[in-house]
Design a protein around this ligand. Sequence first.
Ligand SMILES: Nc1ncnc2c1ncn2[C@@H]1O[C@H](COP(=O)(O)OP(=O)(O)OP(=O)(O)O)[C@@H](O)[C@H]1O
Ligand SMILES: [Mg+2]
Length: 316
Amino acid sequence: MTAVRIEGLTKDFLTGFWRPTPKRALDGLSLEIPAGGVFGLLGPNGAGKSTTLKLLLGLLRPTSGRIDLLGRPPGDTAVHQRLGFLPENPTFYDHLTAEELLTYFAGLFGLTGEARRQRAAAVLDRVGLEADRRRPLRGYSKGMIQRVGLAQALVNDPELVILDEPMSGLDPIGRRDVRAMIADLGRDGRTVLFSSHILSDAEELCDEVAVLARGRLVLHGRVADLTSRDVTGWHVVVSGGEADHYRAWAPGTTVQPLAGGRYALDLPADLRPETLVTALPSMGAALESVSPRRASLEDVFVRAVGEPVTPAGTAR
Ligand SMILES: Nc1ncnc2c1ncn2[C@@H]1O[C@H](COP(=O)(O)OP(=O)(O)OP(=O)(O)O)[C@@H](O)[C@H]1O
Ligand SMILES: [Mg+2]
C-alpha cells in the first residue's frame, strides 16, 4: 500500500519585486511513500523539504506534477480529516493552557462534550504533558511547545502524520523523547513522514529515507540497504607514543592527536588492529579502545549531496 505518491513535482517561486523571476525550489521530484512506518525526508538547508511538505498539505500549488495522498488530491478536505501536521517551529496563542488548546483542536474535528475532553487528555498524555496541562503555554519551554505541536498533530487520530523538523532546537533529552514518540506512531501502523537534517535521528528511526539537494532527489532507499553493515576500517585510540611513529608504522593510517597525550588512529580495512595492538608496548604506548568503522547514513548523505547521483528507478 502506498500512502503518498508524488510524480514529477516541480515548484517555482517568483522572487524579486520589480522584475519577478522564477526560482526552482523543487525540480521533478518523484517518490512513493509506503503506508505504515517512518519515512525520512532529508537534505541540507534550502533543499526543498518544507516546500515538498507544504505541497503535500495543499498549502502551496505545484508548478507542475502530481500528488496523490491517501488516494486523493492534496486539497481534498476528506484527506485532511485523516492527516496530522506539525509545522517547523510551531507557535500557539500562549495565554491558553495546553488543555484548552487541545480541547479546541479536538472540537475542530467534530468532537463534542466528554469525547472532546477525553481526546484532548489522551493526546496530552501521549506526549507526556499530562502534569502541565493546566499551565498557560507562555511558561512552556521549547521542548514542551514541540510536544504541544505533536499533540495537536495527533488530535484527529490521523493515519498519516507529517512533521517538519520535529527534533529541531531540542536538547538531547527532548530529541530522544520526540524520537521515541515518532517510533511509537510508526509501530501503531500509522505513516509518519518527517523532514530532518539530523542524520543520526533519521538513521535510528526511519525504515526508508529520501535525500533532497537543491530541489532534486539525490538518493532514495531503505536505510538498511543504504548504510553498509560491512566494516570499512578500524578506529583505535591509544595513549602515549608519537604521531610520526604511528604514521611510519602503517602507511594509510590517519593519526589525530587527542587531549592528554592520546591519539586516534584510523586503520584501513585491510590492516588488522591486532598487529597494531601487539606493537604498542615497543612504541611506549597503551591501548585505550578499538572499534569497527561502518558506513553510516551520514557518509552516504555526504557522498550523495556532494555529487548528485540518481539510483536507477528512484529519480527522474
Ligand atoms: N515562499 C517562498 N518564496 C521564495 N522562495 C522560497 C519560498 N519558500 C522557499 N523558497 C526557497 O526554496 C528553496 C527550498 O526551501 P525549503 O524551505 O523548502 O527548504 P528546506 O529543505 O525546508 O530547508 P531548511 O532545512 O532550511 O528548512 C530555498 O532556496 C528557499 O529559499
Ligand atoms: Mg524547512
